[in-house]
Design a protein around this ligand. Structure first.
Ligand code: C5P
Length: 224
């Protein structure tokens, strides 16, 4: 069967990665979490005291960053490696979440990440989620989805996820971080979060995972 590129963009914690993984599994496609790349770059900047307002420091730091997705044989999904170290868990921590949108707004950082993302899509058969995948990374993708969900539902989902790892986290903290990231992502100068004109909107506030997958598989069939 013909392989296509599926892009999933949207606000933070809409369930983009859950849908992307469901699709990748069902279609035998590769799932690529583009947000993990921005998170890994942010982690490197924090660990190495890189001042991301300085063009020179950013350019020099990016030269020392090697990003890679390595498949976890148990889950079948790629995990983020930063300079040969598995950082899949570290990049999900709040210290990274608090800074990632600032770092992702830097032009050189975006160019660095986007060119690698485009190479990953060269052979098609991928599902990539993020903020600018349908608008900038793959403007000619065969199927583009723009996800939304009620803010309160998104906060609850992210809180549940983070609380499992850190019992000190509060709902207010999670809500503040989501709103701030959404604001910066949608209002930055370069590649702001936007629905591509040809993207289909998916509001999954009240959809079960099964219903969502059924619906989107129909869209995939239509796109092939
Ligand atoms: O998807 P996730 O929430 O892990 O992404 C973390 C952050 O990375 C986003 O809030 C956004 O600032 C940035 N990002 C981006 N472009 C993408 C994916 C993520 O700017 N394609």
């Amino acid at each position: 069967m013909k392989k296509i590129i599926i892009t999933i963009d949207g606000y933070s914690s809409c369930g983009k990665s859950t849908l992307a993984k469901q699709l990748a599994r069902k279609l035998n496609y590769t799932y690529i979490d583009s947000g993990a790349m921005y998170r890994a770059i942010t982690l490197y900047f924090i660990q190495n005291n890189v001042n991301w307002s300085s063009h020179e420091e950013v350019v020099a730091a990016l030269k020392s960053i090697h990003l890679d997705f390595v498949i976890n044989s148990l889950t079948g999904f790629g995990e983020m490696y930063l300079n040969e170290e598995n950082v899949e868990h570290l990049i999900r921590e709040m210290v990274v979440a608090e800074k990632v949108s600032e770092v992702a707004a830097v032009k050189e950082v975006r160019e660095f990440a986007v060119s690698q993302q485009q190479k990953m899509g060269a052979r098609k058969g991928i599902v990539m989620d993020g903020r600018d995948i349908g608008t900038v990374v793959f403007p000619h993708a065969e199927l583009k989805i723009f996800m939304t969900a009620d803010i309160e539902i998104r906060v609850q989902r992210r809180f549940k996820e983070l609380f499992e790892k850190n019992k000190n986290i509060t709902i207010e903290e999670v809500k503040k971080n989501l709103e701030l990231r959404d604001y910066i992502d949608a209002n930055r100068e370069i590649s702001p979060l936007r629905k591509a004109d040809d993207a289909i909107i998916l509001d999954n506030s009240h959809l079960t995972h099964e219903d969502q997958l059924k619906l989107v598989l129909q869209w995939v069939e239509d796109a092939i």
